[in-house]
Design a protein around this ligand. Structure first.
Ligand code: HEC
Length: 151
């Protein structure tokens, strides 16, 4: 009886060990760089935008609505060409992908906690950007507006 019990315990241990291993393998497949996030996230930020946003020809209607949303929700902290509570707009697209900007707009809490670039920005600005109540479409329109103020 005791032997059977030991054998069962042994089997249980082996199978636990195995499932642990497959867990680690899965995790390492999606976390592919030293910062513990995927390559996609490293380039494009962590947040609801999971596919790279490609910019086409400038869409003036989108620019106008983006500008309005920006003025209402963001201009208290961001200026076009000088550092304020947050970083200036006029070099954002030379430093970041449009997708990165959108993920930062939509998910700032996680970005400044988990993303190496987000952490760096927070270390520089020392104010956590608060999550704004904007939609994905609004975030996209703000990117269109930001395009028009690049130096
Ligand atoms: C209360 C101030 C505040 C408000 C309001 C705010 N931000 Fe920010 N934002 C910051 C700060 C500060 C940072 C730098 C990161 C940090 O410290 O959290 C930042 C960072 C960013 C970044 C990342 C820039 C980069 O180069 O990595 C983007 C994009 C951004 N903000 C866009 C917006 C948009 C769009 C809005 C409005 C929907 C907005 N922010 C509202 C303070 C603010």
């Amino acid at each position: 009886m005791k032997h059977i019990f030991t054998a069962l315990l042994f089997l249980a241990l082996i199978s636990c060990g195995n499932s642990d291993e497959s867990h680690t393998k899965k995790a390492s497949a999606s976390k592919t760089n030293a910062s513990g996030i995927s390559d996609f996230e490293l380039k494009n930020g962590i947040g609801p935008v999971k596919e790279e946003v490609k910019l086409g020809a400038l869409n003036q209607t989108l620019v106008n609505s983006g500008k309005a949303v920006f003025e209402l929700n963001c201009s208290a902290c961001h200026k076009t060409s000088e550092r304020y509570v947050g970083p200036q707009l006029d070099d954002m697209l030379t430093r970041r992908t449009p997708t990165y900007l959108m993920n930062m707009m939509l998910n700032p809490d996680e970005m400044i906690k988990k993303h190496p670039e987000g952490k760096k920005m927070f270390a520089q600005f020392l104010t956590p950007m608060p999550k704004q109540n904007i939609t994905l479409e609004q975030a996209r329109s703000i990117v269109e507006y930001i395009r028009t103020v690049q130096k």
